[in-house]
Design a protein around this ligand. Structure first.
Ligand SMILES: Nc1ncnc2c1ncn2[C@@H]1O[C@H](COP(=O)(O)OP(=O)(O)OP(=O)(O)O)[C@@H](O)[C@H]1O
Ligand SMILES: [Mg+2]
Length: 397
């Protein structure tokens, strides 16, 4: 899957920006606060219909505007699709090839992505919610139909919680809800266990490749911890859920909360046998998260999917050795990789002819060259603006 065109209008600080590329690496470079992450965020918005750093849609629309628009052309197994997303006071509107998509799954067939950004070290060190989200997203990246299972389960938990809070449900009523929870929660758990199995090998390999030779290249282990203890496999997930419900049903009623189910699980990450959450250094956490994200890509690839990889502010985060090894790894992926950086020189040599560089300045994009252009040779604002609005097919990356 590749994006061959991205155009935004009144998105964040980008009034009107458009870029085309058939390259595997898209490097968005420029000084601080120019709009690099905003562009990457636009791609992520298409891939997930959410921002990775802003929950309030209003903030995504350029100040002084009422409507933001993101358009892209994506090419992948599902063919070539024109995607359009509009965001305004009236909410969100989606179009695929000019018509509203039949379902969200139809939309996500056309664009999916895996994201790494500096804040993601909280995946290792933060609370369980982020790790559950990571697992769910990893399932979704490989199998977009999982979206509905996860959503139905979330709704079920909310409904059961409301019922428990009211405190008037009969035993028979609760038993019926619990039956659904075992079914749907079982499917969520199974999907997570399956993806965990698919992640385990790649995460180990990716981590070793990034950390390089030395003390850090330790064994990484992943496990899911639920109320019934650490689960080792997909077997007996339902039986465990049922047993936990039998055991904690009384407490759920007393406390008016849904205590049993995969919405309370955690992903346990161990490095050399120690809990990464408690022991990993900042750099180790970063390498672990990168390994997890690259493993997510590998798991998707094993299912015939090739999502985009988005990497925000890569260069500020890793030491030279890790950086070099990471770029080496990225160079061997088939996925299209979008990177933002203040200094593309840090990236080291990207595969010849496979990278295209766009300079982001003051909410506009310039260039589309095979190499990073020093700022002095960058086109004047007017010339670049004329170029930026040239029609597709003009000679550029
Ligand atoms: N809704 C909005 N309207 C106008 N400007 C906005 C909006 N939201 C964010 N901005 C501005 O966009 C600017 C660029 O942000 P962005 O995060 O893309 O910078 P960046 O190029 O990634 O910089 P850095 O290298 O520091 O990460 C910021 O200065 C921010 O104030
Ligand atoms: Mg940024």
């Amino acid at each position: 899957m590749r994006l061959t065109r991205l155009a935004v209008r009144d998105w964040r600080n980008l009034h009107a920006a458009e870029l085309w590329t058939d390259a595997r690496f898209v490097v968005l470079h420029g000084d601080n606060a120019q709009g690099k992450t905003n562009l990457l965020e636009a791609v992520w918005m298409l891939a997930t219909l959410r921002s990775f750093r802003e929950a309030r849609p209003r903030r995504l629309v350029r100040e002084g505007s009422r409507l933001a628009r993101i358009e892209a052309t994506s090419t992948g197994p599902a063919g070539t699709r024109r995607l359009q997303l509009r965001l305004g006071d009236a909410g969100r509107r989606l179009q695929v090839d000019g018509v509203a998509p039949a379902s969200l799954t139809a939309w996500f067939e056309a664009v999916r992505a895996v994201l790494f950004c500096p804040e993601h070290t909280s995946l290792v060190r933060g609370g369980p919610e982020e790790r559950r989200d990571f697992l769910d997203r990893a399932v979704f990246t490989a199998r977009p139909a999982y979206l509905e299972v996860a959503r139905d389960y979330r709704r079920l938990v909310q409904q059961k919680a409301a019922l428990l809070r009211e405190g008037r449900a009969s035993a028979a009523e609760l038993a019926a809800w619990n039956q659904r929870l075992v079914d749907l929660g079982g499917r969520v758990s199974m999907a997570r266990h399956q993806v965990l199995q698919e992640l385990s090998g790649p995460v180990q390999a990716m981590h070793a490749a990034i950390a390089g030779p030395g003390a850090d290249a330790g064994q990484v282990e992943l496990a899911i911890r639920s109320l019934g203890g650490e689960e080792q496999g997909v077997d007996e997930v339902r039986a465990r859920l049922q047993a936990a419900l039998d055991r904690f049903g009384g407490e759920e009623r007393r406390r008016g909360r849904v205590l049993v189910g995969p919405h309370r699980d955690d992903l346990v990450i161990r490095l050399e046998g120690r809990l990464a959450r408690d022991y990993a250094s900042q750099g180790q956490a970063r390498s672990l998260v990168l390994a997890l994200k690259l493993a997510e890509l590998a798991a998707a690839r094993a299912r015939g999917q090739a999502p985009l990889l988005l990497v925000d502010d890569l260069t500020s985060e890793l030491d030279r050795g890790r950086m070099r090894r990471l770029v080496e790894l990225l160079a061997h992926l088939d996925n299209q990789v979008w990177v933002t950086t203040t200094d593309a020189g840090w990236l080291g040599p990207l595969p010849e002819g496979e990278a295209v560089h766009w300079r982001v300045r003051g909410g506009q994009v310039f260039g589309g060259t095979r190499r990073e252009e020093p700022d002095s040779t960058a086109p004047s604002e007017e010339a670049a603006q004329a170029e930026a609005s040239a029609p597709p097919g003009s000679p550029r990356g």
